[in-house]
Every structure is written in C-alpha cells, then in structure tokens.
Write a protein that binds this ligand. Structure first.
Ligand SMILES: [Zn+2]
Length: 206
C-alpha cells in the first residue's frame, strides 16, 4: 500500500526540518526550464529566438532508438503482452507510481494502426482505473510528451492522495524533488498493478 500523505510529509520534514526547502532538481539547469529569478522574484525566462529542432532519439544515425537497439530492460518490465510493455523507471521516486507504456514496434503516438490504438485505449483505461483504486493514490495522470525520443512512451503517474500541493500539471516536477519512498512499498504496489492488469491479458512480471 502506497504511503499516506502524512508519511510522505513526515519524510520530507525529516530532510528539511521545519521551514526548510528540498534541493532544486536537475530540471533547474535545463535549457527549457521556464522560470528564473529577477530581482528576487520568480519570473519567466527570456524566450530565445526560433531555431531548428534537434533530432529525437531514433531519428538520426548518431541518435539510435535505445529501446529498439537493446529491447525493454527485463529488470524494469512489470507487465507485458505481445505488442506492449509496461516498465518502471528503475527505482522508487518522489511519487508513489511512475510507469511507462511502450509498443514493442518502433511507432510514435499518432502512427498506431487501429488494432494497436484499440489496445492502447483498453490498456491505458484499465491502468488508470487500477492505479486510482490503490489505497492512498489520489489520481493517475497519463502524459505523452515525445520531445526526446521518437519511440512512443506514455507516462502513467499516480500521485499521493491528500497531498494537496502536489496537484495538476506541476505534479511530475515533485517526482524528482520529494525524497524517494521505501522500496518494499513501491514494489508491492507494482505487483498489485501488474497482477490486476494481467487479469485482462498479458503477463505480470513485477
Ligand atoms: Zn524504437
């Protein structure tokens, strides 16, 4: 069972103490990070002029698709079937559930045929329902960006219920900010998700 909001909050307080702040994550140094500090106030960064977009992974010989080159990491796969794999990012993080759904074939979102698109719809609908039914999970966000890699990868992110400042589009930013939770708790939730998803088809691997 995922940690309660009180457990997560206590874990943060153990790091920061009362009135302290957690460390700035790596995103603060990214070129696309939209905020800066001007005269002590947070402000939008200056918008750089237009430029050609860099190729994504899988779109250029010197940027091959890692997933197609090496296949899904068996240590990370929590569920799979003939056409899809569901993987975790490698270990617990600030949010209780972070999963990636990817087709085995190199396709981007928008390139699925009707059969794959139907499967994607069924799997994602079940996955959201399963994750949102877990104790202490408030909502499962489903997200596709695709600006880094051209192999379709959809994020499914369960957030802690009643942690009411970790809400909406900034939720994912907290994943790298909140200290990671216990590994046994995280693995127990992954097993529950994989087992329930496999009730409909495919195989649980967590
Ligand atoms: Zn690929």
């Amino acid at each position: 069972m995922a940690e309660t909001a009180e457990q997560v909050h206590a874990r943060v307080l153990a790091v920061t103490g009362s009135g302290g702040h957690l460390a700035m994550p790596a995103q603060g140094g990214w070129d696309v990070f939209p905020w800066t500090v001007v005269d002590g106030e947070i402000a939008p960064r200056q918008l750089p002029p237009p430029a050609d977009e860099a190729p994504r992974w899988g779109e250029s010989p010197d940027k091959p698709c890692g997933l197609c080159a090496h296949g899904p990491d068996p240590e990370r796969v929590v569920w799979e079937d003939e056409h899809w794999t569901l993987s975790h990012p490698g270990g617990p993080s600030g949010l209780p559930v972070v999963l990636l759904l990817e087709p085995r074939e190199h396709l981007d979102f928008g390139q699925l045929d009707d059969d794959r698109a139907s499967e994607y719809g069924r799997i994602s609908n079940r996955l959201v329902r399963i994750i949102e039914a877990l104790p202490n999970i408030g909502r499962c966000h489903a997200m596709r960006y695709g600006d880094g890699g051209s192999h379709m990868h959809i994020w499914f992110v369960g957030r802690t219920a009643r942690l009411t400042s970790v809400l909406g589009s900034p939720t994912i930013d907290w994943d790298d900010v909140i200290p990671p939770g216990p590994e046994d708790v995280w693995r127990e939730d992954l097993r529950a998700i994989a087992t329930k998803l496999a009730n409909w088809g495919g195989d649980a691997r967590a």
